[in-house]
Design a protein around this ligand. Structure first.
Ligand code: ADP
Ligand code: C5P
Ligand code: MG
Length: 213
């Protein structure tokens, strides 16, 4: 696949296409990926996980891979310039006009980079709210071979979530965008609540417009 510019010439820029964007936020292990899979199946969104984009970057052997791997192992946030570039490319390459962006923006720096580069206001922010005890249990049982799913890194990730991500959620809450979901319940029950928000707030999500910042 070519550069962001090549793809933009072929598919139109993101600003021209005006996709509907939904951010999916929540602590590590709250079930973001799990619920995104269900939303994709049910509502026809494309799922873009920023954590997955960063892991792909490590696997690709790129020059930034080693640094990203080190940050992830320590539960730290990767520099926003890098994450936003990967996100922009994924959003541009995706032909769908409905995008679920999972695990982003994780902090104020992510949000500022998004507003400067991508400039598409999210239609909704889903906040999967779950206790640390439950998230810890889930992460320790996830079994995907992730280097950051160990108790020491998990505690650091919880701290980053509380200190850096909750303020971002609070920011979108003040703009009336946040839909808070009790994510401590069994997965199908969580999805029932998500369905409610998608059909009530975005019943016409297929035809919804979004605002360019
Ligand atoms: P996140 O993307 O937020 O880190 P995941 O979707 O990867 O979370 O879920 C973390 C782990 O918890 C996975 O093993 C997943 O199967 C499991 N899980 C997800 N949602 C639930 C739920 N509602 N109840 C129990 N386990 C869950
Ligand atoms: O979302 P996920 O749990 O897959 O993220 C794993 C790690 O990827 C985070 O702990 C962090 O190190 C990095 N990350 C990041 N910025 C994001 C998303 C993920 O630095 N927006
Ligand atoms: Mg995930």
């Amino acid at each position: 696949m070519g550069s962001v510019t090549d793809v933009a010439m072929e598919k139109g820029t993101l600003a021209q296409r005006k996709p509907t964007v939904v951010f999916v936020l929540g602590g590590p292990g709250s079930g973001k990926g799990t619920q995104c899979d269900k939303i994709v199946q049910h509502f026809g969104f494309t799922h873009i996980s920023t954590g997955d984009l960063l892991r792909d970057e490590i696997r690709s052997g790129s020059e930034n891979g080693t640094m990203i791997q080190r940050m992830m192992k320590e539960g730290k946030m990767v520099p926003p310039e890098l994450t936003i570039k990967l996100l922009q490319k994924a959003m541009q390459e995706c032909g769908n006009d409905k995008l679920l962006i999972d695990g982003f923006p994780r902090n104020e720096e992510n949000r500022a980079a998004y507003e400067a580069v991508i400039k598409i206001e999210p239609k909704l922010v889903l906040f999967l709210d779950c206790s640390e005890e439950e998230m810890e249990r889930r992460l320790l049982n996830r079994n995907q071979g992730r280097e950051d799913d160990n108790i020491e890194t998990i505690r650091k990730r919880f701290k980053v979530f509380k200190e850096s991500t909750l303020p971002v959620i609070e920011y979108y809450n003040s703009k009336g965008k946040v839909r808070k979901i009790d994510a401590g319940k069994p997965s199908d029950e969580v999805f029932e609540d998500i369905k409610f928000f998608f059909t009530s707030t975005c019943g016409n999500i297929k035809h919804s417009c979004c605002v360019i910042l």
